[in-house]
Write a protein that binds this ligand. Structure first.
Ligand code: FEO
Ligand code: CA
Ligand code: CA
Ligand code: CA
Length: 690
């Protein structure tokens, strides 16, 4: 919903730092990772000689006929999963499944408005903002009188992953990640972590983590609101100081032990939780991403540890990296020179039970340690749990975890052990076109597609390592190093991964990688200086998420459709919306993909887009909404009844030079910018996008 008071000429315009991302975002989000050397210095070949089982795929999607109908857990944020079923019965399929997408909205034009702009016919409203009371005893937000005690009870900063647990048609719990803080926008007069008052550092610790909030539907419209009129028994804040348990094969490992925790099994806090997933048994998976930036003293660790720190982007030559929030000024464990192993306790997928506010969240070590972006669950044909995960860094890898045991519906105690034992795999992609035809321009090779086959290479199964020279614990704690050794394919920042609930195809979002040079291109990452990103589609062998072979192709190469390097699955490029830097994705019930962007490099605000993946409209990208100045679009989530779509508006006003006294956005209240979750719905109650 546009806030009339927020329509104004912006005081701050900057040249983008990397892609379309603000320099300020680079500093606070990931500690200026792009200014540093790429941590992956391996010479992994882009195409290797590992035997792959070629899975012929061409034609399968074009015919719009994949084998299995799959209702995947987590894909729509709904806490229920049904194992892959048999061939769909045509009589039960809706219109969309016959080839029509059901999408009918007029696209929102690219813009730079300081407003949330939604498609014609739609409304929107804020559900919850930074500072809104979460727990029953939380005080009201007061920008100029913030305290850490209050923040630990209020909605945290920079909302990212959003998932929903229905408790009836008009009631449910919303889980939201709080990825990072931007102190320069949170506090007047902030300069850096060295000079900041200690209370501000404590507020930042409390503003990280995540929130559980109960929401209720407003009447018969698609509007959802924070529930504030009665006991909020489920509402909870998790922060960078909450107690966590560690489970799985690396729990108790010597690599996780510290002076404060000689057991290696109890950690305080989670950091930089970006995207996530939802389990079939109704818990949240939340992913620690750029946790490396929170530590100082990397120059003071034992020499043998330095290569491992460097592989995760931690400086080993400076005591205090520039831009540090200086959490060590509040808790010395953030000083690696004094506590070199504390950092090994971050970088995990964390499981949280939203229905039990007294439960201890668990860091699940079997899923490996890297810059976890998402953890999307589904079931293999035999019922084993599968988790797809991206490692969001330039030239990093795509992973999946397959549990040892099967999911058993209703057997909660058993299901909650599934994430502790299984096999962690990393992906290797092989193209089917001659290398000479992949020229880096984005021009399709002569066979008409960027496509090929791939394998999932096992890294570790339970406490058994598959990587020569590394123990299972080392593989799990230093997963990037293990993946380097087996020759995984270096991708263009793997972010969200989701499996279509309709077709079972898996979509991997590669946000961008402006560092990809001519010598680096391969068929799966085919564009030099990939500023706008692309999306890869995987078809697991026999449509089985538990398979170790897959076929792949690239349906979307993003950017301005007038740019010849872009590709929209062959759809008429004069009829699509420009799209840049895809990040988080979700599906609607028809199997249309909804794409949120982060860092639009086309001089326009980020947004949410919808694209059909089957039938004659495959590739027809349309922009559904745009977010205010300086913000990225996160979430996204479509409610189970398909009548509401949630997005997290992260870092509004995050434009270099902006301060509370000179804000670059006044969204959503006409005052200071506040990261918020919003909901959008159709005025006549239609399905989202129709
Ligand atoms: Fe937090 Fe990879 O975005
Ligand atoms: Ca090809
Ligand atoms: Ca992201
Ligand atoms: Ca997602």
């Amino acid at each position: 919903m546009e806030n009339p008071s927020s329509r104004r000429v912006l005081p701050l315009i900057e040249a983008p730092h990397v892609g379309g991302r603000s320099a300020m975002t680079c500093r606070f989000r990931c500690g200026n990772a792009c200014d540093h050397e790429v941590p992956n210095t391996t010479g992994n070949e882009y195409f290797g000689d590992l035997a792959v089982r070629a899975v012929s795929r061409r034609g399968a999607l074009r015919a719009g006929a994949l084998g299995a109908l799959v209702v995947g857990a987590g894909t729509a944020g709904v806490a229920a999963a049904v194992p892959a079923a048999a061939e769909p019965d045509a009589s039960t399929l809706s219109a969309g499944q016959h080839g029509k997408s059901g999408l009918a909205f007029a696209p929102v034009a690219p813009n730079r408005q300081d407003a949330l702009v939604v498609a014609d016919g739609y409304e929107s409203a804020v559900v919850v903002r930074w500072g809104d009371p979460v727990t029953q005893d939380a005080p009201a937000f007061d920008f100029d009188n913030q305290t850490a005690e209050a923040q630990a009870k209020q909605f945290g900063y920079n909302c990212d992953y959003v998932t929903f647990f229905p408790m009836g048609p008009n009631r449910g719990l919303l889980w939201v990640n709080h990825e990072y803080t931007n102190e320069a926008l949170m506090f007047r007069g902030y300069t850096d972590g060295n000079a900041a008052p200690v209370e501000q550092i404590k507020i930042a610790l409390a503003a990280h983590g995540g929130s559980v909030v109960e929401i209720r539907k407003n009447g018969s419209s698609g509007r959802w609101e924070l529930f504030t009129h009665g006991p909020r028994r489920y509402n909870r804040r998790i922060t960078a100081q909450t107690e966590f348990a560690v489970s799985g094969p690396a729990a108790g490992s010597a690599l996780l032990k510290t002076a404060a925790d000689p057991s290696g099994r109890t950690v305080y806090g989670m950091l930089n939780n970006c995207s996530g997933g939802t389990t079939p048994w109704g818990t949240v998976l939340t992913c620690e991403e750029n946790w490396n930036q929170y530590f100082v003293g990397g120059n003071g660790v034992p020499e043998a540890q330095k290569p491992y720190l460097a592989r995760y982007g931690v400086s080993t030559t400076t005591a205090i990296p520039s831009g540090s929030r200086r959490f060590d000024r509040v808790e010395e464990r953030f000083d690696l020179a004094r506590h070199p192993q504390e950092i090994n306790r971050f970088g995990w997928v964390v499981e949280i039970d939203p229905f039990d506010p007294s439960s201890t969240p668990v860091k699940r070590t079997a899923l490996g340690r890297f810059a976890h972006e998402a953890a999307t669950t589904t079931l293999a044909k035999d019922g084993r749990l599968v988790v797809y995960m991206g490692d969001d860094g330039r030239f990093e890898y795509l992973y999946k975890f397959v549990s040892a045991e099967r999911y058993i519906e209703g057997f909660d105690r058993h299901n909650r052990t599934l994430l502790d034992e299984g096999t962690l795999y990393v992906a290797k992609f092989t193209g089917d076109s001659p290398a000479a035809e992949i020229d880096g321009s984005g021009k399709l090779p002569s066979d008409g597609a960027f496509d090929g086959s791939g394998t999932w290479i096992p890294l570790v199964t339970g406490s058994r390592s598959h990587v020569p020279g590394m123990t299972a614990e080392e593989v799990l704690v230093y997963t990037r190093v293990a993946a380097d050794k087996v020759g995984a394919t270096k991708m263009d920042r793997p972010e969200d991964v989701e499996r279509s609930p309709v077709t079972g195809a898996v979509y991997v979002v590669l946000t961008n990688n402006s560092n990809r040079a001519a010598a680096d291109v391969d068929e799966a990452n085919p564009r030099i200086g990939n500023k706008h990103g692309h999306i890869v589609e995987l078809l697991e062998s026999k449509d089985d998420a538990g398979a170790t072979a897959f076929a792949w192709s690239i349906p979307l190469v993003c950017g301005d459709p007038n740019d010849p390097s872009t590709y929209f699955a062959g759809f008429d490029k004069t009829k699509v919306s420009p799209i840049s830097c895809p990040d988080n994705i979700t599906f609607d019930a028809e199997g249309n993909l909804w794409i949120a962007t982060d860092g639009n490099a086309l001089a326009a605000n980020d947004g949410l887009f919808a694209v059909p993946l089957r039938g004659p409209e495959r590739g027809r990208v349309r922009q559904f909404l745009t977010v205010p100045c300086g913000a990225e679009t996160c979430g996204p989530l479509i409610a189970p009844d398909q009548r509401s779509v949630f997005v997290a508006v992260q870092h509004p006003g995050e434009i270099e030079g902006a301060t509370p006294d000179n804000p670059a956005s006044r969204w959503p209240d006409g005052a200071q910018p506040r990261p918020s979750v919003v909901v959008s719905w159709h005025r006549q109650g239609k399905k989202i996008g129709s």
